[in-house]
Write a protein that binds this ligand. Structure first.
Ligand code: NAP
Length: 511
């Protein structure tokens, strides 16, 4: 990216003036679930940072909707408390005061019609007082069972009516819990908002390193020709967390690692790493390629051998002894919800035929890391003797999504000395060392994109349904396959996960 490009903008934006920072036009944001964890930790700080970077209009309005008995002043104090220590840009009192002037709170739940009527009245008032122009984005940061209810209320109260200004809905994950429920949810959401006004959040797509997958592959010559079954033995996509469920045990029970992470983040990463080059990086062309590769993807069986799932038990997480899942408050000890999920997928295309994609995610694993590892086939002919190459493993290209964002290439090199011995070495590119620019926060980029009507970083209805279609057979198998295995906190998951790969002479990377 050019040094003139504003970092917080979406570099995929397909417009001639992409180096000119685009500021959101007259608009406002309503956050449903504004008292929740996500709003406090991510959404509210992102709004301040966008304002501080000068990317929001002067009359921007932020309306919180929730069940508390808050006045405007009390809500304002809550927002200040949430953002003060979390913002990424320097604190500027003048920016805060301008933002605070447009902050309002509407009290309500999701079933009371009059509360949504109050909200509609408030948006009209803001249109008059702040010049928001009837342009509103509704951010649904609420438990997923309320997504359709809130959409229906928005329609009933006239809040979704786009006659006088645009209306968009931003929806958090998880979007459905299987293909049927996602299709039904899409039907309801799309009956209120046209697909072009629906922005489904997969915050991984807002990450710099995820967008860099496209640059690595399509702006360079040296990688892309190798992304095929001719060179790649298999692909491992990992999202490991070191945290446990903590206070979120109640929410997580019944969802599990596969629905929470594999259906969205991991299959989106698979799509980006495996898709063909789009004609342009416009939302439509990107979607077409992602959808094509997702349609060609299916889970590989027999699932007893090609998948694994587990629940963490107590153990040492670094220097801390942590409780097991069944001891976590709010988690039903009889539950079979998994905190570790691994599965194998294949892509039925000429490019990827015969290359397994192993996806895994889990909580309380060895360390927090998200990466994509393309493990190469061995050289078809080895001129060096087995003794000389015995320390050499397969070549690997690793795209490190987080933390320590970067790209690593592992290959064999001659050990200095009179012998021709080969040992593996790493060529390592690190974002923090190569660039002085700070990576923007994913939610900042995504909220701005929704206000700008930039859809490239948001999965579409078809992508979401395809992802569930891919995962459903595995989920259905697990639903009848008894209890998940146990794995100790601080390790790399259940033994079944290791067996999944060792059956074919492969091993998971220890990132
Ligand atoms: P949370 O902390 O449980 O907050 C839920 C919010 O919804 C609260 O503001 C709560 O209000 C409100 N709410 C719940 N039931 C309600 C009802 N019947 N009527 C009115 N308001 C109601 O959840 P969260 O972690 O912020 O997550 C919000 C959404 O983001 C969920 O869809 C979640 O899956 C998704 N998400 C969260 C994260 C994360 O890091 N937290 C990450 C990815 C996705 P009260 O305060 O009044 O209860």
């Amino acid at each position: 990216m050019s040094s003139e490009s504003p970092l917080w903008e979406n570099p995929l934006r397909d417009s001639a003036d992409r180096r000119v920072p685009r500021i959101a036009g007259p608009s406002g944001l309503v956050i449903f679930g504004v008292t929740g964890d996500l709003a406090r930790r991510k959404l509210l700080p992102a709004v301040y940072d966008l304002a501080n970077r000068g990317l929001l209009p002067a009359g921007f309005s932020l309306i919180g909707y929730g069940r508390r008995d808050w006045t405007k002043e009390e809500f304002e104090a809550e927002v200040l408390d949430a953002v003060r220590d979390r913002v990424r840009t320097p604190w500027r009192q003048a920016v805060w005061e301008q933002l605070a002037a447009g902050i309002q709170f509407v009290k309500g739940d999701f079933v009371t019609d009059s509360a949504f009527d109050d909200l509609a009245a408030m948006t009209r008032r803001m249109d008059e007082e702040r010049g928001t122009g009837g342009n509103w984005a509704y951010y649904l940061s609420v438990p997923p069972q309320y997504f359709s209810e809130v959409c229906n209320q928005l329609e009933r109260s006239g809040l979704a009516d786009s006659t006088d200004g645009w209306k968009r809905v931003v929806i958090e994950k998880p979007f459905g819990h299987d293909e049927d429920s996602a299709t039904e949810l899409n039907r309801i959401v799309n009956s209120v908002f046209p697909e072009s006004s629906v922005f489904r959040i997969d915050h991984y797509l807002g990450k710099e390193t995820v967008q860099n997958i496209l640059v690595l592959r399509f702006a360079n010559q040296m990688f892309e020709p190798l992304f095929s079954s001719g060179y790649i033995d298999h692909v491992q996509i990992t999202m490991a967390e070191d945290i446990g469920l903590g206070g979120r045990a109640g929410y997580y029970d019944g969802i599990g690692a596969a629905r929470d992470v594999m259906q969205n983040h991991l299959l989106q990463l698979l799509a980006l790493v495996a898709m063909d080059e789009p004609v342009t990086f416009s939302p439509d062309e990107l979607k077409a390629e992602k959808l094509k590769v997702l349609k060609a993807t299916r889970p590989v069986g027999p699932f007893a051998q090609t998948t694994a799932r587990g629940q963490y038990t107590a153990g040492w997480q670094g220097s801390e002894y942590v409780p097991g899942l069944r001891e976590e408050e709010g988690f039903d000890p009889a539950s079979t919800t998994e905190t570790y999920a691994a599965a194998t997928f294949e892509i039925n295309s000429r490019r990827w035929a015969g290359v397994p994609f192993h996806l895994r995610t889990g909580k309380r694993l060895g360390r927090r890391v998200t990466e994509i590892a393309l493990v190469f086939k061995d050289a078809p002919h080895q001129s060096f003797s087995p003794e000389q190459t015995e320390a050499q493993k397969s070549n690997v290209l690793v795209i490190r999504v987080q933390p320590d964002e970067g790209v690593l290439l592992r290959f064999g090199s001659k050990v200095p000395g009179s012998a021709m011995d080969v040992r593996d070495v790493n060529m390592d590119f690190s974002y923090s060392e190569a660039f002085t620019e700070q990576s923007p926060e994913a939610y900042e980029r995504l909220i701005l994109d929704a206000l700008l009507d930039e859809a490239s970083l948001f999965p579409t209805n078809e992508e979401v349904e395809e992802s569930w279609r891919i995962l459903d057979p595995v989920l259905n198998y697990w639903a009848t396959a008894g209890r998940p295995e146990d794995y100790e906190s601080g390790t790399w998951g259940p033994s079944g996960a290791d067996r999944m790969l060792s059956r074919h002479g492969r091993k998971w990377r220890r990132p």
